[in-house]
Structures are given as structure tokens and as C-alpha cells.
Design a protein around this ligand. Structure first.
Ligand SMILES: [Zn+2]
Ligand SMILES: [Zn+2]
Length: 229
């Protein structure tokens, strides 16, 4: 008779001290444990909704109410999260450390794939992110980045350039073009007279498509652009 199948997870010394590991878990228990420890794809995590995709980007709108916690989920793609509604999160990396972070509205960063984690909203405000996943690189013709005055680069690497646009009331960003495609994410709502912009809305722009912001309101405008390379 074959020896019983060993569990996929080696017992720790603490497990042994607790009596675990002496009798191997059943195969089904092993599979369940493995699923819990690896995480679901981010697209199957219920708080993450895919709201747009083309050949280059997949946009996820993620909301986490106060006190809520995600499943362990895996980001298989490099991505740029943009904080639309800020707060405090506790991040647990699978098989790794736990850390608490306060995220202010408008923060954006580059997250290198692949990683598996779980996010808990431990603050007093609901959290919302727009996450731009990089499906493919842009086959650049070699043209350099176009940087307009009010667009301040936050992150730049060989995959993307991420920039913030901040406009005071009655200050506009004149229409201009970029040589690369970009995703323009609205961080603050703005009473733009021509086209109202809602926080968390976004727009994909092909290379050469003019973009600008006419901030004719009495509110500060903030947006984030993710430019493909
Ligand atoms: Zn995540
Ligand atoms: Zn621009």
C-alpha cells in the first residue's frame, strides 16, 4: 500500500508543537489550503471589477468598504494603481509581511508583477482605486515622451511614465498631443464647462489624440496620466 499523500505545505515547528503535521491532511484539504495560500486572479476577486480593456490596458475599478478585506489575489500584470478615495490599508503579502499604509487621494505608483496579497480597509473611509494593468507595451517609434508644463512625472521606467496634472481654479492645460498612447484618470471631480469629469472616470487616448483640461471651475483639478512606452 502506498504511503498517504503528504500535504503540500510542510508543517512548521509551531505546527508540530500543536500536534499538526503528525497525520497528513487529506488531498482535498491540501487543495483548499493551496488555493487559500496562492490567491485568486485579481479579475476573480469580487471587489475588483474590470471596466475597460483594449490591446494595451485593462482597467480595474476596485472598491473596499470600511472594515472589508479582499481575498488573497494575484496581480499577474504590471499595473499602476491610482487612489481615487484614500484611507488606510493593511496589506498582507502571501507568505510574507503585513504592513499598514495611509494612501492619500491621487497617489499613484508602479507595481511590478507578479505578486499575491490581501488588502484590508482598516481606516474610517471607503477606499477606491483605478488600476491600470499593462497588457502590452507600445511599439514606440522612438519618439520621446511629451511632457507638458502642468504634467509632473511621478514615476518613469521602461514600461510607463506616470504623471500628475494639477490645475488651480480657472487654470487650464492647453490641448496638446502625446507621441505615445495614454490613460487619463480623473482624480478630483471638476466642473469643467465643456465636459464634466467625475472622480474615477478615465479615458484612453491613442497617440496624436489631443488632450487638455479646461478647468473653468472654482475648484482645484487633479488627474493622473499613465503613458505607455
Ligand atoms: Zn491587489
Ligand atoms: Zn498631456
Amino acid at each position: 500500500m502506498k504511503a498517504p499523500r503528504r500535504c503540500c505545505v510542510a508543517p512548521t515547528s509551531k505546527d508540530r508543537a500543536m500536534g499538526f503535521g503528525l497525520s497528513p491532511l487529506s488531498a482535498s484539504a491540501c487543495l483548499l489550503l493551496a488555493a487559500l495560500q496562492t490567491g485568486v486572479p485579481v479579475t476573480e476577486e469580487p471587489r475588483h471589477k474590470v471596466v475597460f480593456a483594449n490591446g494595451y490596458v485593462r482597467v480595474i475599478d476596485a472598491s473596499l468598504p470600511v472594515g472589508d478585506v479582499t481575498l488573497f489575489h494575484t496581480h499577474e500584470l504590471d499595473n499602476v494603481p491610482v487612489v481615487i478615495t484614500g484611507g488606510t490599508i493593511r496589506t498582507q503579502v502571501v507568505h510574507g509581511a503585513t504592513s499598514d499604509t495611509t494612501l492619500e487621494v491621487g497617489r499613484a505608483w508602479f507595481a511590478k508583477a507578479a505578486y499575491t496579497h490581501q488588502i484590508a480597509n482598516i481606516g474610517a473611509t471607503p477606499l477606491r482605486f483605478i488600476d491600470a494593468e499593462i497588457l502590452a507595451r507600445w511599439q514606440s517609434s522612438g519618439a520621446g515622451s511629451t511632457q507638458s508644463g502642468p504634467e509632473t512625472t511621478i514615476v518613469e521606467n521602461d514600461i510607463v511614465r506616470v504623471a500628475r496634472i494639477v490645475l488651480n481654479p480657472q487654470v487650464s492645460l492647453a490641448p496638446h498631443v502625446h507621441a505615445q498612447p495614454l490613460l487619463h484618470v480623473e482624480v478630483s471631480g471638476s466642473a469643467n464647462s465643456a465636459r464634466p469629469r467625475t472622480a474615477g472616470s478615465f479615458r484612453w487616448l491613442d497617440p496624436g489624440a489631443p488632450h487638455g483640461v479646461a478647468n473653468t471651475s472654482d475648484q482645484r483639478y487633479e488627474g493622473v496620466i499613465v503613458e505607455w512606452k
